[in-house]
Write a protein that binds this ligand. Structure first.
Ligand code: FAD
Length: 451
């Protein structure tokens, strides 16, 4: 099982050469990609197109250079078949009551066939899939146009730390109900004065008989209006150093003293909430990790959020595929649009290949560390560029409602959540490039950069 897939994909290609107009004179960007060593489009009629046929067109690139085992290929084939037979396609927004119900039903269907948490041990409803198989599954999931996951924050942000830091009792109580969609979890980290500066958390936990009393406020908690439980940090020792006085708590969102107040997102749907805590009792059994150890526990999920587990390449490959479809219908005579479509398609492919490179590094015992920040910068910018290109292709008829505008509004949040891009750039500058910090005039040594 993968407990820390904080994968970083680093794209150090030469974008200027890809913008050379010589590559972009023909009607189909994929023809030109073929000239660059990328696979071209399938021959007409060989793969039924999404608009007229039964299966999505496949422009995802080949597995050239990727060496999968028979077992991995069989796993992928099984996933592809099941998803082709069962994927409901796009569901109503999970930030609405109707959409949340539909997404929970989908979670139950996935779980019944043991596709909801493939990388988990079988005892918890998974398939004990390897990291490679997990990435393959994610590719197939998005290739099939399957819905975004309402269980995602629980599965990708909380579950890895429950496996790593939870007691056996917590694992038994929390994980199966998360896997089958019974309990949906919300991440409650941010506070009005503690977003980028997470260690500035003020919500507090005070000792009580058999547990703790929580007071304070959280904000920007995705899907909390429709979730069942939350997980977050509270200051349990006001006298300790900022990072050391924090404890990680789990709590029901309908507990006495908890108020969940929805906040509308850009699209008007209540996708966020503020959560207020007014003398909320939490038993000791709902402390995750040690008392005062919350920062370390929390940081073991921050890498997940920036890296592979939250944004695997399948999502961008599928969006790039849809963009190429859109371009075929509307943009082939617009050279500037063609160039942007090519850039987006290459970006998605590059993200895929570098992700596989990361997988190799992790399997060889390496770690990703600060490269997760490069990864995060890359996918969040790719998502915005890709959707802006689509909206420009749609032109004056730009959809006011519909999947492209919905996904664009969501993409705009990418540079903010999972650590803002300004903060990620600082991490890249200081830790990877070892540029001087603040008014320092000399590059930092390895030891200083790690400190
Ligand atoms: C779509 C979406 C979903 C989210 N979901 C959740 C969720 O489920 N749970 C949750 O807890 N939170 C969630 N968040 C909140 C998110 O984590 C915070 O918005 C983010 O951490 C930034 O914190 P902030 O909003 O307080 O901004 P601030 O930290 O106040 O930052 C404001 C601006 O100043 C910049 N800045 C701040 N400090 C520095 C610095 N040292 N150097 C350079 N620039 C700096 C930031 O980059 C940013 O541009 C979500 C946000 C979005 C957009």
């Amino acid at each position: 099982m993968t407990t820390d897939p904080s994968g970083g994909a680093v794209f150090f290609g030469d974008p200027d050469s890809l913008r050379d107009p010589d590559y972009l004179v023909g009607p189909d960007p994929l023809d030109h990609l073929e000239g660059l060593g990328f696979p071209g489009p399938p021959p007409p009629g060989s793969v039924p197109g999404r608009r007229g046929g039964t299966a999505p067109r496949d422009t995802w690139g080949s597995d050239r250079g990727l060496d999968f085992t028979e077992r991995e290929l069989a796993f992928r084939a099984e996933a592809r078949q099941w998803l082709a037979d069962h994927s409901p396609g796009r569901l109503p927004s999970m930030d609405t009551p109707r959409g949340a119900r539909a997404h929970r039903e989908w979670e139950r269907e996935l779980a019944a066939a043991r596709w909801s948490v493939v990388a988990w041990p079988e005892a918890f409803g998974g398939r004990d899939a390897s990291l490679v198989e997990w990435v393959l599954f994610e590719e197939e999931y998005y290739r099939a146009g399957a819905p975004t996951r309402i269980a995602q924050n629980g599965i990708s942000l909380l579950a890895p730390i429950v496996f790593a830091h939870g007691t056996p009792e917590q694992q038994q109580r929390i994980l199966p109900r998360m896997a089958d969609g019974t309990d949906v979890w919300a991440q409650a980290w941010s506070e009005p004065e503690a977003g980028s500066d997470l260690a500035g958390i003020r919500s507090r936990a005070t000792r009580a008989e058999g547990g703790w009393i929580l007071n304070g406020q959280k904000i920007w908690s995705s899907r909390a209006p429709f979730a069942d439980f939350g997980f977050g940090l509270f200051r349990s020792d006001p006298d300790a150093e900022r990072h050391r006085g924090l404890t990680y708590f789990l709590f029901p969102l309908d507990a006495p003293g908890v108020t969940v107040r929805p906040i509308a997102q850009l699209d008007g749907d209540p996708g966020f909430a503020e959560i207020f805590f007014d003398d909320v009792f939490v038993p000791d059994a709902d402390v995750l990790g040690g008392v005062g150890d919350g920062w370390r526990v929390a940081m073991s999920t921050a890498g997940n959020e920036r890296g592979l587990s939250l944004r695997s390449p399948g999502r961008f490959l599928a969006a790039a595929d849809r963009l190429v479809d859109l371009w075929r219908g509307r943009g082939t005579d617009q050279p500037a649009a063609t160039e942007r479509v090519v850039d987006a398609w290459i970006g998605a492919q590059a993200y895929r290949y570098y992700t596989w490179d990361t997988v190799d590094r992790l399997r060889a015992g390496g770690d990703v560390g600060a490269h997760g920040s490069v990864n995060k910068l890359f996918w969040s910018q790719l998502d915005v560029d890709l959707h802006e290109t689509a909206l420009d292709l749609l032109g004056p008829e730009q959809e006011l409602v519909g999947p492209w505008i919905d996904d664009y509004l969501f993409a705009l949040g990418g540079p903010i959540y999972a650590g803002t891009n300004e903060i990620q750039r600082t991490i890249v500058a200081e830790r990877l490039l070892q540029l001087p910090r603040g008014d320092e005039r000399r590059p930092r040594t390895d030891r200083e950069a790690r400190a």
